[in-house]
Design a protein around this ligand. Structure first.
Ligand code: LLP
Length: 416
């Protein structure tokens, strides 16, 4: 993994020994590499350099202000799904004219907020939403720029929970219905169709579904233009997968670009992409400490101080995360790596062969930069981890570990 790897059997993030960060900040802690973020952003954004574009980072994958600031300095826009994400994004310095707002269930107050911020466009996901947006915009005396999120009905061949472009999914509108809805939008006074949007799923490791989807959507754009609906933005969503194992091969961003760019060029549109995981996933790790080793006649358990509340992906999707000892030795053993949460599902790995560790050793859960901290919760009243950003040989805490005060913030006793 670029910028995250061993030097003489000790794990480093850039020039920082991970062990030193653990000793200084405590565990569990998310550790991100600035250089890795830059590397992955440029790999993705650079692949599309033939066309005018906005690379709108999917904020849901990793939303710390310092990370968003870093990406804004690289020229990123943002793909957001709530008023809260828009707030974060703007606070971090990403210009509002590079923000798109998706989501099947936008509330009116969120629409008002987004309109008042002057975001680039709303990715509208239903006819009902279109009507509500029109009336909210009227109330504010504004015109909402929109793209319709269309559902091209292609199978991205990924985990069912993160497939979003099939007819059976709640997202977007059927591509066959899109034409009628665009005509309706064109006749509404306070919305202006300026784009088209699709997003077929996440952790996609075969680029052909993108080709199929982009082709279908490009055909729609041609039909719309014949009817005088000028589509300026072609928003191809996110979803490009990453390697979760060190030796796994996944498509390059360039190979994705080769599928999408020809359509965009032919249409003369501006391209929007919404990569999340591809940029953040392999830019961060979750550092945890081995609390106890428990052996019985069937199993050896490594009980670590991170739990499913800190990193949900293994429990929720049965997702594979590579886990390595921070200081590696020669002997290995087969273990279950489990968290402290009172749930049988609080397991990071079953029957995993891993470098042998003892009580007090650090372990790193790799590829944890995307959908790691952002999906963390306080379940079991656990304090969410700190977040640290590494830059060369320096590191800085970019979010404090939760405190007891954070845990009960806003709670009140019943007031008679
Ligand atoms: N655009 C839209 C409209 C999305 O819904 C998503 C992700 C993205 C972009 C970014 O997708 P990415 O490039 O990161 O694949 N929690 C799950 C992933 C959920 C993805 C939701 N939507 C996981 O941990 O695998």
């Amino acid at each position: 993994f670029p910028f995250i790897g061993y030097r003489n059997d000790e794990l480093y993030v850039e020039e920082c020994a991970v062990k030193d960060i653990g000793n200084s900040v405590g565990t569990p802690v998310y550790i991100y590499s600035k250089a890795a973020f830059e590397y992955w952003f440029k790999e993705f954004d650079g692949a599309f350099d033939e066309v005018e574009r906005i690379t709108a980072f999917a904020v849901k994958s990793c939303s710390n202000l310092a990370i968003l600031r870093l990406l804004s300095e690289l020229g990123a826009g943002a793909d957001t799904v709530s008023a809260g994400e828009i707030f974060r994004t703007i606070t971090a310095g990403i210009p509002s004219e590079k923000i798109v707002f998706a989501g099947v269930g936008k509330r009116e107050d969120e629409m008002e907020y987004a309109l008042s911020c002057g975001i680039l466009m709303f990715n509208v996901e239903s006819e009902d939403e279109l009507d509500v947006l029109n009336s909210v915009a009227e109330k504010l005396g504004k015109v909402a720029r929109i793209a319709l999120r269309v559902n091209p009905d292609v199978d991205p061949k990924t985990h069912p929970y993160i497939s979003t472009g099939l007819k059976t999914s709640k997202f977007g509108v059927d591509i066959e219905r899109a034409y009628d809805i665009y005509l309706k939008a064109k006749n509404l006074k306070f919305v202006e169709p300026v784009g088209v949007h699709f997003h077929i799923g996440s952790q996609i490791t075969d680029v052909s579904p993108f080709d199929e989807a982009a082709g279908k959507v490009a055909d729609l754009v041609k039909v719309l233009r014949d009817k005088g609906i000028e589509i300026e933005y072609f928003d191809a969503g996110g979803g490009l997968g990453i390697n979760y194992k060190p030796d796994e091969e996944v498509p390059s961003a360039k190979s994705l670009a080769e599928k999408i760019v020809p359509y965009v060029k032919e249409l003369g549109c501006k391209l929007i992409t919404e990569p999340g995981r591809r940029i953040s996933g392999n830019s961060g790790i979750l550092l945890t400490k081995l609390l106890y080793v428990k052996r019985n006649d069937r199993k050896t358990f490594y009980i670590v101080d991170a739990g499913m509340n800190d990193c949900m992906r293994p429990s929720l999707y049965n997702a594979y995360h590579h886990i390595v000892p921070v200081v590696r030795g020669d002997s290995k053993e087969i273990v279950d790596i489990v968290g402290p949460v009172c749930e049988t599902g609080d397991v990071f790995a079953f029957d995993r062969k891993i470098g042998k560790c003892k009580k007090g050793d650090y372990l790193a859960i790799l590829s944890a930069g995307a959908y790691g901290f952002t999906m963390a919760s306080n379940y079991n009243s656990r304090l969410r981890p700190a977040e640290v950003l590494v830059f060369e040989d320096r590191f800085s805490i970019i979010r404090d570990r939760d405190s007891f005060g954070d845990l009960i913030k806003g709670e009140k006793f019943f007031n008679r």
